[in-house]
Design a protein around this ligand. Sequence first.
Ligand code: SAM
Length: 237
Amino acid sequence: MADRYFVDKPVLGEKAILTGAEAHHLLHVMRAKPGAEVLLFDGSGVELLARVETVARSEVELAVLQRREVDRELPCTLTLGVSLPKGERQKWLIEKTVELGLARLVPLVTERTVAQPAGAALTRLRRSVVEASKQCGRNRLMEVGEPQDFLRFVRDAPKASPRWLAHPATGQGSTAATRLASRPTGEVYLAVGPEGGFTAKEVATAMAAGWESIDLGPRVLRVETAALLLVGLVAQG
Ligand code: SAM
């Protein structure tokens, strides 16, 4: 796959302009000159073949040569609510969930959640989405939502959609293998708890709202491992 660059405004005409980090990468890392051909995407689902026309210090103008819809999304629209781990593990989780095809990630505020990203930290995570999409070939950006209260998240998820909450076995939870065996379409909602786990009250609230508990095996997985396993199981179901 040719080098890919993200244009942060819809590309509707015959020209595209790269600015900021994307222009810097093309100009100063890849040292592109006029005439070089690259792939562009604007998050709308299209992929554009484009040729560098003019370069300035921090801006590149390109001519659009070809425009095509390239769908690398999952058959279902997958939303994951997750109480994010700390530090670099957040960025890692974002990168891997983009690669697996997650449509939307919502940082969850649960009773045992430590602080969730806001402001500049959220902006950095959204930039990680762009970087991961450039690398893996997605033409739609995974949405990273504002942190949301867990109870609101479980109550607002549409009742007609499959809604699965990862929770270590208590004797009642379904095992992942039996529940996630068929490949779902439409909207699917998943939830993964914080390092300290969901409280009994949170699990009871989710069950009362119609969520189903999923057991991911006899080992206690870290947040990011549980999230990737769950997303991966649904993605390949
Ligand atoms: N002691 C905590 C508990 O019992 O819930 C462990 C929490 S675990 C580090 C973080 C989150 O990952 C959990 O809230 C759950 O959503 C998910 N998780 C980890 N291991 C799991 C497993 N074996 N089955 C289902 N979910 C799991």
